[in-house]
Design a binder for this molecule. Structure first.
Ligand code: GLN
Ligand code: ZN
Length: 765
């Protein structure tokens, strides 16, 4: 017998049902009961999708984020939230978004918790907060209800929780308290939970400790030992899961922990998986994550069997099979895709298809390959066809990449000289104001795009409608008094997907959505072949915006590293190679914008940091090729063309030096939720060019006050000469409404004007 299971299933639903329910609840179109009923329905459907498995994960669903759910279950919410009146759902949304649905419109809300990226994925979690007063207590009702519901439905439930050490590791100490001092109390709450699960006769509990793939010092390794020694007191068997990488020097520790099973990401750490099979204690099961939970390609089933058959021969019943990690990071079901190019589609597998692959592998192990020979043959054909397809390989593109030189990545002059040329071309006040690119994506805009996509609008009608949107956006910005305008990006569904639609080598899905944070989903386009730029993409819109105003309009592009990190990429060539192809494509577009007379061009690299390998020892290599790709994309322009870049939702302090190497003239960067903590980096590192630390948290519906933004800018001015500071929001405004954006930007501009006319507040250098 080979046991099959899954680590987690996408929550959002095939057609983003969860997103729509949440948003309806937030704007009070539906009640809490209806929202919760929708969630119940989705969970039940998703369990049904997984019945081919021996064990189905339960507790992996979340209304917003599973780390936040863990905080609620452990009774660990910041006091500013827990002391407010309301239900647990109110607490949840206040922590996530700064306000509960019944908080009245004018209330300023509460400061939402920080949000940051989950390991090296584009999923964002809500950062747990700790301080010396932190206490934990168990609130497991919602979790237990889900387990009971699954059982009532006849599901073999394997509850899933986030492990205590990863939970502590991911959280943030607000007052310098050593997080590990909280360990004892935390473990005792986990122990209580285990007692409850024991009473429910739970056989297996999946406990996620992805922190095991990180570089852990002795104190954290010790914490792991301590936690799991103390948690072995019940009859509940613990399946300790790690994913997203190799365990390296944590491997032995992971194998020695007193748990009943260990799951390894055998896509990222195949060699380790093979080794562990040899020496894992005979009282433990080994779960191999053999199907890539981070990408959408079919697994080569025959090749996988080649290496897992010998392991099966050793482990027999002690071998479990699963995807490498939770399937949260892939779309739900390839069967929804009816318009996708059929050839490329035949190379893919989404969550449901991946679970079928697991099932086939298990059958092949148990009953021999012959028992599934047809499926294996079909799989082999798809793999062969992809490998040799002439649609994948474009010799011209490969040749252009080989010919990239260092000179292509260097500006003609130093920042100082360029800044001079740029000042002569565009006059800007001190503390110039700008935005990050997108303006509210109204219902009307979405409808226009959707009608055009469905052929209900002609090219001409569509262009006209978009021009009207651009005009509205430009006029609003003029009225507000922004200094550098944007066209507003109405034509873009998404900053990556839009370019994926226009570049060769990409395909786009209809329903390939993946959760990014809360109700926000992205539909990563899929790079299946060599990428190239075949026509200009953005010039028409930006030029149109510029024709409407005397103020400078900033062109808006997505950078090569972000295109790479937010697409599903090829697994048949190194990421660096794909990134270099993308860099050339973006460079072509940058030069087209410059030729069209656009003097300021922003190249967003929102995802630069999340591409960093999880281990610092591998950072350097990544940053080398990633920064080089940005430079190739951006730096072919004249001195007088100002290059901006933008980054968000990550900790940047430790890669500032690499960011400086990009040599963008201006960088706008997220900081407002973390109170300008980012700027600590400038104590040690002297950032040479201009910078716009975000002062308006656009992920919250709250309107920032003038004073709060002045304060943030004053903090910034302590580290950066004011001549090099810009004032801008944290990120694009597409998810906000005009009613929110207008007063917020009005306040932001007022803050900028106040600062410019009160220079005595600053020491002018
Ligand atoms: N230009 C994009 C926008 O404004 C940037 C978005 C992002 O960084 N995530 O929407
Ligand atoms: Zn951003």
């Amino acid at each position: 017998m080979v046991t099959t299971h899954n680590l987690g299933f996408p929550r959002i639903g095939r057609k983003r049902e969860l997103k729509f329910a949440l948003e309806r609840y937030w704007n009070k179109t539906i009640s809490e009961e209806i929202l919760l009923a929708k969630a119940t329905e989705l969970r039940s459907k998703h369990w049904q999708d997984q019945v081919m498995l021996d064990w189905v994960p339960v507790g992996d669903f979340s209304l917003y984020d599973h780390v936040l759910d863990t905080s609620l279950m452990l009774g660990n919410l910041p006091t500013r939230i827990s002391e407010l009146p309301g239900s647990r759902l109110d607490d949840l949304f206040r922590a996530a978004r700064g306000r509960a649905v019944n908080d009245d419109r004018d209330c300023v809300g509460v400061k939402a918790c920080e949000m940051t990226k989950w390991f090296d994925t584009n999923y964002h979690f809500i950062v747990p907060e700790f301080d010396r007063k932190t206490q934990f207590s168990l609130y497991a009702d919602s979790f237990l209800r889900q387990i009971n519901a699954a059982r009532r439905q006849g599901i073999q439930a394997k509850p899933v929780i986030l492990g205590p050490i990863t939970y502590l590791w991911l959280g943030k100490s607000k007052d310098g308290t050593n997080k590990l001092e909280l360990l004892d109390e935390l473990i005792s709450v986990y122990a209580q939970l285990l007692n409850v699960l024991e009473r429910l006769e739970i056989q297996w509990l999946q406990i996620d400790e992805p922190v095991l793939v990180m570089e852990l010092d002795q104190s954290w390794q010790h914490a792991l030992r301590k936690a799991y020694y103390q948690l072995q007191t019940t009859s509940v068997r613990l399946l300790l899961t790690t994913y997203f990488g190799q365990l390296q020097n944590n491997l032995q520790l992971a194998c020695e922990l007193p748990v009943s099973g260990l799951h390894l990401d055998a896509v990222k750490a195949k060699d380790e998986a093979v080794k562990v099979a040899d020496w894992l204690g005979s009282n433990k099961i080994l779960s191999l994550g053999v199907i890539d939970g981070r990408n959408i390609w079919k697994t080569d089933l025959n090749e996988t069997l080649n290496w897992i058959e010998p392991i099966h021969a050793i482990l027999q019943d002690r071998l479990w099979l699963a995807p490498s990690c939770t399937l949260l990071h892939v779309p739900v079901d390839l069967d929804c895709e009816v318009t996708l190019d059929t050839e490329v589609r035949s190379w893919m597998a989404f969550a449901v298809q991946k679970l079928n692959e697991i099932d086939v592998l298990a059958k092949a192990l148990e009953h021999g390959r012959n028992s599934v020979s047809e499926i294996l043959l079909e799989n082999a054909n798809a793999i062969e066809c992809r490998r040799h397809s002439t649609r994948v390989h474009q010799p011209v593109v490969k040749c252009r990449v080989r010919e990239i030189t260092d000179a292509m990545g260097a500006r003609q002059s130093s920042y100082r000289q360029r800044a001079q040329a740029q000042r002569e071309r565009v006059r800007l006040p001190l503390f110039p104001t700008t935005t990050i690119g997108s303006f509210p994506q109204t219902q009307a805009i979405r409808q226009t795009r959707s009608k055009f996509r469905k052929g209900k609008l002609s090219q001409q009608e569509y262009r006209f409608a978009m021009q009207k949107e651009i005009e509205t956006c430009v006029r609003e910005q003029e009225v507000l008094g922004l200094d550098v305008l944007v066209h507003g990006e109405p034509e873009r569904n998404d900053m990556v997907e839009y370019f994926g639609e226009q570049l060769a080598g990409y395909v786009i899905t209809q329903y390939g959505w993946v959760q990014s944070y809360g109700s926000r989903c992205v539909k990563p386009p899929i790079i299946y072949g060599d990428v190239s730029h075949t026509h200009t993409i953005t010039t028409e819109w930006v030029q149109y915006a510029q024709s409407l105003t005397d103020k400078p309009v900033k062109g808006m592009l997505t950078g090569p590293v972000t295109l790479l990190n937010w697409s599903f990429v090829r697994d048949d060539q190194p990421r660096a190679e794909t990134c270099a192809q993308l860099a050339l494509a973006v460079r072509d577009e940058v030069l087209a914008l410059e030729d069209a007379g656009i003097g300021i061009i922003q190249i967003d690299e929102a995802a630069l940091r999340e591409g960093l390998p999880l281990r610092r020892s591998q950072w350097c290599a990544y940053l080398d090729w990633a920064i080089r790709a940005f430079r190739v994309a951006a730096n072919g322009v004249k001195d007088s063309t100002q290059i901006h870049t933008h980054m968000c939702y990550s900790e940047f302090n430790d890669i500032m030096e690499a960011i400086a190497r990009m040599d963008a003239d201006v960088i706008t960067i997220e900081t407002s939720r973390s109170d300008m903590e980012l700027l600590d980096a400038f104590d040690q590192f002297h950032y040479p060019n201009e910078i716009g630390p975000g002062v308006y948290d656009i992920h919250s519906p709250n309107i920032p006050s003038v004073d709060s933004m002045i304060d943030l800018m004053k903090k910034a001015a302590q580290r950066i000469p004011i001549q090099r500071l810009w004032v801008n929001p944290d990120c694009g405004l597409k998810t906000r409404s005009w009613e929110e954006v207008k007063p917020a930007l009005r306040n932001m501009i007022a803050a900028s004007r106040y600062l410019a006319s009160n220079l005595k507040c600053f020491k002018v250098s």
